[in-house]
Design a protein around this ligand. Structure first.
Ligand code: CA
Length: 462
């Protein structure tokens, strides 16, 4: 009796506790669900109301958690922008195809830079399943024509190809905001423009299955906001930098709300699978973005660089208002979206991400991932269960943390738990042996130090 009780307790702890019966098919028989993938840029773990932020209201993004599943151990596959996006689009660890670093701006980027043409991105796979595909925002996966979003599976595109852009104007040459292939003459505040573009695409495609990829440049540098958003925090937040950041975050939240309202207007919310995540942790010194209670920043494989807000909503199909503690990663979105769309995932694709739907419906109770890995230049990490191996620099001593007891990575247990350390190192070595050398370095230049951890989060704002 006692052992049965123990087994029950263990099962309850190990699973997401989200098991809840729900229909396995779409709301409208025969109609494939729409997919909405919202990505925030440089949004830290503690930057949303639902994640503990107290001075900037984010009711619309928080509503996704209220109506869906919030992952407290949601990760991205890199602590900076472009590599994470390569993993997100392909469902594969991006180091498998050499996409380990950011490229730098167009003039500095390596001529090799771009999402490998050997890889098939998510929009291309959804397009082949009959989806209308639209992208609105930051691409950061290639400047050359063959890497353009319209060549990688998107039917429509409004956005810029680089890693950062002014929010207020469009005078950036090769990094200009384009509609399709043409620079846009008159731009509005980019956060509004991308939200509006996504809403218009939904309006146009409301009668067929669609995939909307909405990678806002908010809340990445530069710190720029319009009066409409700034006035909300005048006299409320004294620090000017924080006030501007709050306005940018508020604009992001408004525009998530705008897109959700458009779905609701056409009764599409129950037939739309929605993902929300950030592409890396916050660069606190640069923007005031917060990663509490995590240690570290954008650019580091400490939790603060790689653990991010991660929410999935699919009303009527997945549980609402649930919190999942099991580790998931951005790589899971590709197979999860394809599975929802009725696609078959071929083992030949060698995806690293897994379809999360059976876990979220309660059909599977094991963890989606036994182990997750990170490599970013001289830094690397592995998470196995609650244990994390961390190496912060070349020839640095490996550290070991128990994240269940020590989410802030404050107590290095490497000396106390040598067997566990060895086990994680062996797992990492096995994974690392499957990767190839990076095809380019940060900033594109040869011989530059790449992936260097920055203690303040200041130098890694690209
Ligand atoms: Ca980013």
């Amino acid at each position: 009796m006692k052992s049965e009780h123990l087994i029950l307790v263990v099962l309850t702890v190990l699973t997401c506790r989200v098991a809840q019966p729900g229909p396995a098919t779409a709301a409208e028989p025969g109609r494939k669900p729409n997919i909405l993938l919202i990505v925030a840029d440089d949004l830290g773990y503690g930057d949303l109301g639902v994640q503990g932020c107290t001075d900037v209201p984010t009711p619309n993004i928080d509503s996704l958690a209220k109506n869906g599943i919030r992952f407290t151990s949601g990760y991205v596959s890199c602590p900076v922008c472009s590599p994470t996006r390569a993993g997100l689009m392909t469902g594969r660890y991006q180091q498998r195809f050499g996409h380990e670093f950011n490229p730098g701006p167009p003039r500095a980027a390596s001529t090799d830079f771009g999402l490998s043409l050997q890889e098939t991105p998510l929009p291309a796979r959804l397009k082949s399943l009959g989806y209308a595909t639209g992208m609105f925002g930051k691409w950061h996966l290639g400047y050359k024509p063959e890497f353009h979003p319209l060549k990688r599976g998107f039917d429509e595109y409004i956005g810029f190809l680089g890693g950062a852009h002014s929010y207020l104007d469009n005078r950036e040459g090769a990094n200009s905001i384009l509609r399709g292939n043409d620079p846009i003459e008159q731009v509005t505040y980019t956060t509004d423009m991308f939200g509006e573009g996504a809403a218009a695409f939904i309006e146009k495609n409301k009668d067929k299955p669609f995939f909307v990829y909405l990678p806002f440049n908010a809340v990445h540098m530069p710190l720029q906001a319009t009066d409409k958003y700034l006035q909300r925090f005048r006299g409320v937040i004294k620090d000017q930098k924080r006030r501007t950041y709050a306005a940018m975050l508020s604009a992001l939240d408004d525009n998530v709300g705008r897109v959700l309202a458009k779905l609701r207007e056409h009764g599409l919310e129950e037939n739309t699978l929605i993902f929300f995540l950030s592409d890396n942790g916050g660069p606190t010194a640069a923007t005031t973005s917060r990663n509490d209670p995590l240690r570290g920043y954008k650019g580091q494989v400490l939790e603060g660089g790689i653990r991010i807000p991660y929410i999935i909503q699919w009303k009527g199909h997945l549980p609402a208002g649930k919190v999942c503690d099991q580790p998931v990663i951005s790589l899971d979105i590709h197979p999860t979206a394809l599975a929802a769309a009725g696609g078959t995932i071929s083992p030949d694709w060698k995806l690293d991400g897994v379809n999360l739907l059976p876990f979220l419906r309660g059909d599977k109770t094991a963890r989606p991932h036994e182990t997750l890995f990170w490599r970013y230049g001289p830094q690397h990490a592995a998470r196995k269960g609650d244990w994390k191996l961390l190496v912060q620099a070349r020839q640095a001593a490996p550290q070991l943390y128990n994240l269940a007891r020590d989410i802030g990575e404050a107590h290095d247990l490497a000396a106390e738990e040598p067997a566990k350390l060895k086990e994680l190192q062996a797992s990492y070595d096995q994974w690392n042996a499957q990767l190839i050398s990076p095809k380019w370095r940060n900033g594109g230049g040869k011989g530059k130090k790449a992936g260097k951890a920055d203690k303040s989060g200041k130098a890694v704002v690209e």
